[in-house]
Design a protein around this ligand. Structure first.
Ligand code: WTA
Length: 656
């Protein structure tokens, strides 16, 4: 961990004085009221036990709320049994809500489909049978590499129904990245599609699966292929099966079997500080409890009247917790959208809000900043009066973007909830409650009832109000990760060793004079690009895997739209040509190794990298260069002339 806490550049943030309390009308009808904090504080475990029993249907009740005796390996709702998919589908039908719409799907080309809870339940049952027919049973891992189509949700729930942990890989990741994830999880089946629609045209997915499996993945027995675009695909008769054929041949009825509360539900790979992505493991009962609890209370879900829309992709944790598990456990009606916000026009999101009467919208700061750039005229053309709660997730939201979001999209009326959480936390941890908290633009403010967080200094002391340091979670929580797939040691080392007994989140944070929390960005080598986590080391490894590269250093530089953008400094091997061609070649190489999102915004070919006498690269100085600032203190460099060399060589950089 570096000591580059980004507090200084954000010093002024917490002086923000605007306050946005909920309207009296909103507060009067709100689901979550202020007494939740007191109830949770009085008996934290009792509070969670109550949530678990209220929000979920258990086949066998649990006998112990939390077993923390083997910390940091937690067991929640010990002895309890439930089926996660049953909780998200069948039970709503059994309760008489089969005709309620679960999903309104909007394809990018404008095709639409809706699934009621009865239809979704039927589809999940058939898919579960189809998976079983392909040899999948409890405990087997299934990789899912799909666009944002209903089959993605159905596939995840079918896996959950069988107790076969899924590993969803974002469709924007390359064959290489997909391969390493399939191998790490030893997946037995891959579910993909011929392609999906992206920016107005079909883009292929199956070729990446073929390429990934060609690298060698003996664990994979079959590939199940959804037909989405109708484009030609290569076919291996012994291995590949069409989704439609498999479902048509499968039996329609399927009885969900109860699973232990701690049965693994999914693995989701995320970037850490080393080159190799970590498989974050989540289990069943605790995860689903906190997803349902937060989705209901943070978004003020009135199930019978709200239309909820989360714009994330299921390839990320936000899609897992706030498209699939939270909303469906709560029996909500939601919109899912396949495409990008600018296709076929820049008003697409607002057209969708108007069309479905969306009442709750959950999106990312990077999207909000993009809408600001496009101008207020665009949303002004649509009727957005149905909206009543707006959410933000994925990175710190700057106060101006927050205020714009509330004024332009929320009609100066809606609460805005800035929700802090991580792949590892599984569900929202720090956020205002929309009917209770007087919101402060730019601050996630308070741990939710049942959650305990603090900000510590280097010596692990809690900082006083007004101070800054590292964000930690001081008590276990139901949807916490249960480990890193296949690497218990790395789990303890990464999260529980910096501050013994506490979970270290990797984020810098500040407490303001009221004790409210302001998130300041990562303090480790993870960067946040458009709300997507990327590791500097991972991109460095991709660069040095290119035969012309001798050494590489990557930093996350501030970017007006994407929050941060990767900027790379590379030293070429002797004899390799300089110039624009090499820069393009290297950017494409990174796209191939990881995915287009990881492409460096800038690559600078340099003769040397700034290193300390012990050989550590001083990224702080590289960040100064990338952000076009005066370069800071260079006295600890082994060779103090290196920075001059780097600056004089900057003409070889390329911006895109
Ligand atoms: C950042 C996404 C500030 C943070 C759900 C965290 C945020 C990382 C916020 C996790 C927020 C997420 N304010 N920063 N509201 N939400 N982050 O795993 O740095 O993709 O550690 O989970 O995103 O990213 P991940």
């Amino acid at each position: 961990m570096s000591s580059e806490t980004p507090t200084t550049s954000l010093e002024n943030l917490s002086r923000e004085e605007r306050r946005f309390p909920p309207s009296e009308e909103f507060a009067a009808g709100a689901i979550a009221t202020a007494d939740l904090y007191d109830r949770a504080a009085a008996d934290r475990e009792g509070f969670w036990a109550e949530q678990a029993r209220d929000l979920l249907t258990w086949s066998t009740d649990f006998t112990q709320t939390l077993d923390w005796s083997k910390a940091p390996f937690a067991r929640w709702f010990v002895g309890g049994e439930l089926n996660v998919a049953y909780n998200c589908t069948d039970r709503h039908v059994e309760a008489g809500h089969g005709d309620r719409v679960a999903l309104h799907f909007e394809g990018e080309p404008g095709d639409t489909r809706s699934y009621t809870y009865a239809e979704l339940t039927a589809a999940v049952k058939r898919a579960a049978n189809a998976l079983q027919d392909l040899g999948i049973s409890k405990g087997d891992r299934v990789a899912i590499y799909l666009p944002m189509i209903p089959e993605a949700v159905i596939a995840m729930l079918a896996c959950a129904r069988l107790g076969a942990p899924h590993s969803v890989v974002f469709g924007g990741f390359s064959a290489e990245a997909l391969h390493s994830r399939i191998e790490d999880a030893q997946a037995k089946l891959v579910i993909t599609s011929d392609g999906g629609y992206r920016r107005g045209k079909p883009s292929a997915l199956k070729p990446a699966v073929d390429a990934a499996l060609a690298k060698g993945a003996p664990s994979v027995k079959h590939v199940l292929v959804v037909k989405r675009t109708g484009q030609d695909v290569e076919w291996d008769d012994a291995r590949d099966v069409w989704w439609d054929d498999a479902l048509a041949a499968a039996a329609p009825e399927h009885t969900a079997q109860p699973m232990d509360a701690e049965h693994p539900l999914f693995i989701l790979y995320t970037s850490g500080t080393t080159g190799k992505p970590k498989g974050i493991l989540h289990t069943s009962g605790g995860y689903l409890t906190q997803c349902a609890y937060t989705h209901k209370n943070v978004f003020d879900l009135h199930r019978d009247t709200d239309v909820y829309w989360c714009t994330a992709d299921i390839g990320w944790v936000t899609g897992h917790s706030y498209i699939v598990y939270g909303p469906l456990a709560n029996g909500a009606t939601q919109v899912i959208y396949e495409g990008t916000p600018d296709t076929p026009h820049q008003g697409r999101f607002w057209e969708i809000v108007q069309k479905y009467g969306v009442t709750i919208l959950y999106t990312a700061p990077t999207a909000i900043r993009t809408f600001m750039k496009w101008g207020e005229d665009i949303p002004a053309k649509f009727d957005l009066s149905s909206l009543r709660v707006l959410g933000s997730v994925g990175e710190p939201i700057n106060p101006e973007a927050w205020v714009w979001y509330r004024r332009v999209i929320g009609g100066d009326r809606t609460p805005v909830v800035d929700t802090w959480w991580q792949t590892e936390t599984g569900a929202i941890m720090i956020s205002p409650l929309p009917g209770v908290t007087a919101a402060k633009p730019g601050s996630a403010q308070v741990p939710l009832p049942g959650i305990s967080a603090d900000v510590l200094d280097d010596e692990a002391h809690s900082v006083p109000d007004g101070g800054g340091g590292y964000l930690v979670l001081t008590e276990p929580w139901p949807s916490m990760l249960r480990g890193i797939w296949g690497d218990d040691e790395r789990y303890q080392e990464t999260y529980w060793s910096r501050f013994p007994g506490m979970y270290f989140a990797g984020d810098g944070a500040k407490k303001d004079d009221d004790g409210d929390i302001w998130l300041l960005g990562r303090v480790d080598d993870v960067m946040n690009v458009s709300g997507h986590r990327l590791s500097t080391t991972e991109i460095e490894s991709a660069l040095v895997s290119h035969p012309k590269v001798a050494e590489a250093a990557v930093v996350g530089a501030t970017d007006d739209t994407t929050g941060q953008a990767p900027c790379a400094f590379v030293i070429l091997r002797g004899g390799a040509e300089q110039g624009d061609d090499i820069v393009t070649e290297l950017r494409n190489h990174v796209a191939q190794e990881i995915g287009p999102i990881a492409k460096p915004r800038q690559i600078m070919v340099v003769a040397e990298l700034p290193k300390t006498r012990s050989g550590k690269i001083m990224r702080r100085l590289l960040r100064d260069v990338a952000e076009k600032r005066e370069v800071g203190d260079v006295t600890t460099l082994a060779d103090t002339t290196v920075m001059d060399l780097i600056k004089s060589g900057m003409s070889t950089s390329t911006e895109s």
